[in-house]
Design a protein around this ligand. Structure first.
Ligand code: SPV
Ligand code: MG
Length: 549
């Protein structure tokens, strides 16, 4: 089955004249052609899925779905807006109920031009006066003057933007009690004025006058009927009389009223959803109807893949913050009502990182947060960071952020490393090391060039070495404990951890060792920042963290 969902872009590429031609061919053909009522994008889709080849955009049901009467209370441009949703959601040709044409010939001209621009394949106008009243209300509604109505038909045909646009003239003479002769006289005048088809309407509960009309009409041009009131007449009888164009005019709206009323009543009375759930369309069905699958595919094509990354947080060591770390590691220290680790996870999820794993060790039972997976390094007391990271090796697959569990940083820093080109990117504070006491910084960075601060300097910088022992004149900054690995970078990272293991060095290696080894083999890019982060090593740092939030 062809894909029923159309996004706007593909509709534009399908904007040939096929809808107009399809409506004309079907209406002019002697084969049965059933037009099913729709009043919204959703109902139009449902009609198409049922297998119909044409849509009737009913004035009655579009008005009613807006909570309005069928008395031209909705402006014609409001109706046009609804039609646009219907066109966008289906490929079917639409015959719209144009009521009286919303005024005189001049209003019909503009209406027909706008319908053509919106790919509405045809319009039906009725020989009554604006504002109209539904045909099934009252008796002897006044009819339009024949010549004046013929002027509306001519003006409409002269304004069509596509040769195949269909104008159906609707004869109300039978409904208004003017008799068969008047109905035939009007129909002939409308045909001669250029109408492509005649809709002969009746409100009798039997089809007698419609069948009679068809007999006298002798197929001078196609007829269209609306058997709402003579619904018990078998369709076969109508078709045999040559009435091949049949509009089922309002049944989707009426069906939805019944369903909505029953559903509302049931939920109101039971104050629960239990009895209703199995009787209504599934939420999945709603997603399918409106084409969520297409959006998902488009997201893969157009959204940056980075938005769905993952992160590994290294939080196995306990830290030494006195009583604060007696029963929990420092990543669980409360920072204004939330553990440090939660605040870090929040920052990660702000940039779309949803799959977060934390490597825990010291007091591991205390490290548990909703939505964060845990990995245990049970040998945390005698191993280092590289070993902890290797515990999470199977999570380092595809783009991955690696971050220390005791750091806090502003969102933009993470966004910065996500947007920086490179398979391995480190966030390095160009100022930090200079502001801290000598010997206090472990993750000192030597890069191929430092941060110049110059506005035109956009040369990428690369790591040469990371260690506590960089000579002062070679210090480019301090790694803040935040790194991004691309899919390729993640492969290199896993390879390097495997190499450390085979050399018997994995257990003792820290991140500076691991990153320096990587930098010897692959480019490790540096994204310079200036402050706006902190790590928590001392009680003073905890105080700073409270102020950071
Ligand atoms: C409509 O559906 O709005 C129609 C058909 O005009 S009828 O209600 O039968 O007049
Ligand atoms: Mg109508």
């Amino acid at each position: 089955m062809r894909d029923k969902y159309l996004d706007t872009a593909s509709i534009n590429t399908h904007r040939t004249n096929s809808r107009f031609a399809a409506l004309r061919e079907n209406i002019c053909s002697p084969q049965p052609f059933f037009l099913m009522e729709a009043h919204s994008g959703l109902s139009a889709k449902i009609v198409e899925e049922a297998g119909f080849r044409g849509l009737w955009a009913s004035g009655l049901t579009i008005s009613a779905s807006l909570g309005l009467r069928d008395s031209n209370e909705a402006s014609w441009t409001q109706v046009l807006d609804v039609l646009e949703f219907m066109v966008d959601s289906t490929r079917l040709p639409i015959l719209v109920d144009g009521d009286t044409g919303y005024g005189n010939f001049n209003n019909v001209r503009r209406l027909v031009r706008k319908l053509g621009q919106r790919q509405i394949a045809g319009v039906c106008i009725e020989d009554k006066l604006f504002p109209k009243t539904n045909s099934f209300i009252g008796e002897r509604q006044p009819l339009a003057d024949i010549d004046e109505f013929c002027g509306r038909i001519k003006a409409g045909k002269d304004s069509q933007t596509d040769d195949d646009f269909v104008l159906v003239a609707r004869v109300e003479a039978l409904i208004s009690g003017h008799g068969m002769e008047e109905a035939l006289r009007r129909a002939e005048a409308y045909r001669a004025a250029g109408a492509d088809a005649i809709l002969i309407h009746s409100k009798l509960s039997s089809a007698t006058e419609i069948l009679d009309f068809a007999k006298h009409w002798e197929q001078r041009c196609p007829l269209v009927i609306v058997p709402t009131m003579y619904h018990s007449t078998p369709t076969e009888v109508l078709l045999q009389a040559g009435l091949s164009n049949i509009i089922w005019a309002n049944h989707n709206l009426r069906a939805s009223i019944t369903a909505m009323r029953e559903t509302s009543r049931q939920i109101f009375e039971t104050q629960s959803l239990g009895e209703t759930e199995s009787r209504v369309a599934t939420v999945k069905d709603v997603f399918r109807l409106v084409g969520n699958a297409e959006l998902e595919a488009a997201e893969k094509r157009y959204l940056p893949a980075r938005a769905t990354g993952k992160a590994v947080i290294l939080a196995a060591s306990g830290g030494d913050l006195g009583e604060l770390t007696d029963h929990q590691p420092k990543c669980m220290v409360d920072i204004r009502g939330k553990p440090l680790l939660q605040r870090l996870a929040d920052t990660l999820s702000h940039v779309g990182i949803r799959e977060i794993s934390v490597v825990r060790g010291y007091r591991k039972e205390s490290v548990a947060l909703a939505g964060i997976r845990t990995i245990d390094n049970d040998r945390h007391a005698e191993t280092g960071e590289a070993y902890s990271l290797s515990c999470a090796a199977d999570r380092i697959d595809g783009e991955t952020v690696v971050v220390y569990g005791d750091v806090l940083f502003r969102d933009y820093i993470l966004e910065g490393i996500m947007a920086t080109d490179g398979d391995i990117v480190l966030a390095v504070d160009a100022l930090g090391a200079k502001l801290k006491p000598p010997g206090r910084v472990r993750d000192l960075v030597a890069a191929d060039h430092g941060f110049s601060g110059h506005y035109l300097d956009d040369r990428p910088a690369y790591l040469q070495e990371m260690s506590p022992d960089i000579a002062p004149q070679s210090i480019s900054g301090e790694w803040i404990g935040l790194a991004r690995f691309s899919t390729q970078g993640a492969v290199w990272l896993r390879e390097e951890m495997a190499a450390l293991e085979s050399e018997g060095l994995l257990e003792k290696a820290d991140m500076p060792v691991l990153l320096t080894r990587l930098a010897a083999k692959h480019p490790v890019a540096i994204h310079y920042i200036l402050a706006h982060w902190l790590d928590v090593d001392t009680l003073t740092d905890v105080g700073n963290a409270l102020n950071f939030i």
